[in-house]
Design a protein around this ligand. Structure first.
Ligand SMILES: [Zn+2]
Length: 417
């Protein structure tokens, strides 16, 4: 009872406080479209805050040319074009990023005594995520164009890693119309979201294996094509000190687009194919040769695993070429072998290990599950690209360490336009 009463009291107090300046800025103000808007009267606006609904009585201006009204006070308070205060909007973002909109709405009421129907939570979070996504892209463009030069992180880490991957998110039918996919009817059900994560490593454990610095991950994601994603990853890498660290490493599962991205964004980086993906490909190579190796299948695979751990792709190639093959079987085996030949320089595992480098991309795969999957891939969920992109952006920023959160409001009472 006390809490409810205090919230109501706080709301009334806040309304009075905010109405103390009613935003009277003279008889005329610029309308924002090149004209002058004239003072009309004072009007009430009610918006929701963390203290409940608050009503502010503020000056209203009208532009005769635009036939449009505006209140300077709204822009100052960050409530122009919205009915949520910036504080409540931040709270709503956190709840909506954490779980489905209906649950978020219930949670806001239970924990914060804030009553917002799920649809409003959804609209507010998606608008906020879209604004942040645009801000991240804008900043990435400024950083990659060298208009903004981030200071190197302090203290400077010794090793910085970037790991990238993609994962499918189920879309509404409209979002996948005309796209080919793996469904039974040949139609796509999902769209790929790409995720990039940066983390640092300064330590090794007692067995000599690298240890990721706790809480050092920062994430970027997008549903846009690789070219856009490349800019986001490049900018985030620069921001995390890619141009200053001693050792920069890019980890991926072996997909060609990842190495294209790495070559364009970080030409000097060491590129490494995730060892566990390489082992899976090796097992599949061995299976395609099983009809030749027969009883020796197990020994053959074990020997090749030894080759792979040494990064000796020549030995794997030689062992495969011992078997004369023809026709479809030859094509199948060549395709499997191609994965290793194409990634030869990115599989020098023995050397990588001697430099104490990570050779697994588990961090980004875990990120795909935790940051994307646990919110966007729950059973029965179908998204629009814009909605999914907004929520993915909110989740990336919440998963990033606080000092690395990519988007910060310039002032906590001002919403980004
Ligand atoms: Zn006007």
């Amino acid at each position: 009872m006390l809490r409810e009463g205090l919230l109501r009291l706080g709301g009334d107090l806040l309304g009075d406080l905010l109405s103390a300046d009613r935003g009277q800025r003279g008889p005329r103000i610029p309308c924002g479209h090149g004209h002058q808007a004239g003072f009309a009267d004072y009007r009430d606006k009610t918006f929701d805050t963390v203290l409940g609904p608050v009503t502010v009585n503020r000056a209203w201006y009208h532009c005769a040319a635009c036939r449009h009204g505006l209140a300077p006070r709204d822009a100052e308070l960050g409530t122009a074009g919205t009915s949520l205060s910036p504080g409540l909007s931040a709270m709503t973002d956190t709840a909506a990023a954490a779980g489905p909109f209906a649950k978020a709405s219930a949670l806001l009421e239970e924990l914060g005594s804030v009553r917002l129907p799920p649809k409003r939570v959804e609209r507010a979070a998606e608008a906020s995520g879209a604004a942040r996504s645009a801000a991240v892209r804008e900043r990435a463009a400024a950083i990659t164009a060298r208009q903004v030069i981030p200071l190197p992180p302090q203290p400077l880490p010794d090793m910085l890693y970037g790991a990238v991957d993609g994962t499918g998110v189920t879309m509404t039918a409209r979002e996948t119309e005309g796209r080919e996919g793996k469904g039974e009817d040949g139609r796509a059900r999902t769209r790929e979201v790409k995720l990039g994560v940066f983390f640092t490593q300064d330590d090794i454990d007692e067995d000599g294996y690298p240890v990721r610095d706790r809480g050092s991950c920062s994430y970027v994601s997008t549903f846009e094509p690789v070219s856009v994603f490349t800019d986001l990853v490049k900018a985030e890498g620069i921001r995390r000190g890619a141009g200053h660290v001693r050792q920069l490493t890019v980890l991926g599962d072996g997909a060609a687009w990842i190495w294209g991205l790495a070559a364009s964004a970080f030409p000097g980086a060491t590129c490494i194919v995730d060892l566990y993906h390489a082992r899976e490909h090796l097992a599949s190579l061995a299976r395609s040769l099983e009809f030749m190796t027969l009883d020796h299948y197990g020994d053959w695979l074990a020997a090749r695993r030894g080759d792979l751990d040494r990064g000796d792709i020549d030995a794997i190639e030689a062992a495969v070429r011992e078997y004369p093959l023809e026709g479809a079987k030859k094509d199948e085996v060549e395709k499997e072998l191609g994965y290793f030949l194409n990634n030869r320089t990115r599989m020098r595992y023995k050397w990588f290990r001697s430099r104490r480098l990570f050779v697994g991309s588990g961090v980004v795969e875990a990120g795909c599950k935790a940051v994307i999957g646990q919110r966007l891939k729950l059973s029965g969920m179908r998204w629009t690209v814009n909605g999914a992109d907004s929520i993915a952006t909110l989740r990336c920023q919440q998963a990033s360490r606080p000092e690395d959160r990519i988007w910060q409001p310039r002032h906590n009472q001002t919403r980004t336009a």
